[in-house]
Design a protein around this ligand. Structure first.
Ligand SMILES: *Cc1c(COP(=O)(O)O)cnc(C)c1O
Length: 386
């Protein structure tokens, strides 16, 4: 089946698009000898704030840190319950635990793969303090309904925007509906700083608290202690963490952000191509975006339709790997992972997340994917599902 004409290079899932600007900025940053948190990080914070239309931003070294610090600065008492979708990356639930709360997992919707808001409502108890919706694959959650529910029950909302940099609802960016939005700049995300993240906050005051907790708990003014104004002693009001972004990382981010809309257009072309070319295969393809929303097109997730093929998802992944097509699985639901299964054996049921979890796989969608690459993905799927 692997004819001689088959591709030579492995198609890496989620390969980033890197331009000359990134290379030059990284070198300029090194030449400046200011590699840690400094002017380039500050610029990325400003650029990102303006792009999202947020009140305030803080750059961090990951979205995982963003989630944990956000929950902590909101002042949620230890042992509180925080509701999130089981159809997410483990980091969402892990961060809730590290923030001192109990993750309460709820099912997702079958088509949107986003958190089921009726299930959220059923999961609310007197101990619930926050909801962490995940804009899955870049498809916005129904924030109007979710914020109404949060308001009714006086709950904080921390949006997991790891997939959702470009996502909007009626023109308003995801990450500005709740109290906080948490974005990821991990290597495979819609923009990257290799590792990195950003918090968007509803107030500068909240952002300051995130910045302080993310840098040793040092008082804010003291964080400028090596500035041109001379040495300033710092004070520590609480034991903080070490989650600041470096200027070396921000060097990439500044130019990644500048191309984020152009890259979305490229992914839209690939998205439309895949929808067209895969329509007749035994796959359940992504649902069309909801009216008034913009999907960030982070993941093209397909479900193997086992009513139409005997090839299982894992068999398919093995075949695609042999055909040099790198795929991802987003996700095996959190509740099936060992720790969560052991710790919360009575959680559930999660019929939709289970359905997705067993069948889902994501095909390469990064702007680095060429037309030829995309044609190879389609050919490989045809061969593998035959
Ligand atoms: C990638 C991801 C995270 C974690 O992001 P990091 O920047 O790698 O910490 C959190 N939530 C979701 C849904 C993600 O996809």
């Amino acid at each position: 089946m692997t004819s001689e004409a088959w591709r030579e290079k492995y198609l890496i899932f989620g390969a980033p698009d890197l331009g000359r600007e990134e290379y030059e900025e990284v070198v300029a940053c090194l030449d400046s000898r200011w590699m840690g948190t400094g002017p380039r990080t500050a610029r990325l914070e400003r650029d990102f704030r303006d792009y999202i239309g947020a009140a305030a931003t803080v750059a961090l070294n990951s979205c995982t840190a963003a989630l944990q610090l956000s929950l902590q600065v909101l002042g949620i008492p230890p042992g509180s319950e925080v509701i999130t979708s089981t159809m997410t990356f483990c980091a969402t639930a892990n961060a809730i635990i590290h923030a001192g709360s109990v993750p309460v997992l709820v099912d997702c919707e079958r088509d949107s793969m986003n958190i089921d808001i009726a299930a959220v409502e059923r999961a609310i108890t007197p101990r619930t303090r926050a909801i962490v919706p995940v804009h899955f694959a870049g498809r916005p959650c129904d924030m109007k309904a979710l914020m109404a529910l949060a308001k009714k029950h006086d709950l904080f909302v921390v949006e997991d925007c790891a997939h959702a940099i470009e996502s909007t609802i009626d023109g308003q960016h995801c990450g500005t509906f709740g109290d906080v939005g948490c974005f990821s700049f991990y290597a495979t995300k819609n923009m990257t700083t290799v590792e990195g993240g950003m918090v968007t906050c509803r107030s500068q005051e909240l952002a300051d608290r995130v910045a302080i907790l993310g840098l040793h708990g040092m008082s804010k003014d003291a964080r400028k202690r090596y500035s041109d104004d001379g040495f300033v002693h710092y004070d520590v009001a609480q034991p903080g963490y070490k989650c600041n972004m470096t200027d070396l990382a921000a060097s990439l981010g500044i130019h990644q952000l500048a191309r984020v809309e152009k890259n979305l257009q490229r992914r839209q072309q690939l998205w439309d191509y895949y929808l067209r070319e895969l329509a007749d295969l035994p796959l359940i393809l992504p649902a069309p975006p909801a009216p008034g929303t913009r999907h960030a097109l982070h993941l093209f997730t397909c479900l193997v339709d086992d009513s139409r093929t005997s090839v299982t998802r894992d068999q398919l992944l093995r075949k695609l790997h042999l055909l040099k097509i790198g795929c991802g699985v987003h996700y095996r639901a959190v509740h099936v992972l060992d720790y969560y299964r052991r710790t919360y054996p009575h959680a559930g049921p999660f019929p939709h997340a289970d359905f997705i979890s067993e069948r889902t796989f994501s095909i390469p969608l990064s702007p680095a994917v060429t037309d030829e690459d995309a044609a190879d993905v389609v050919r490989a799927l045809r061969l593998s599902l035959a």
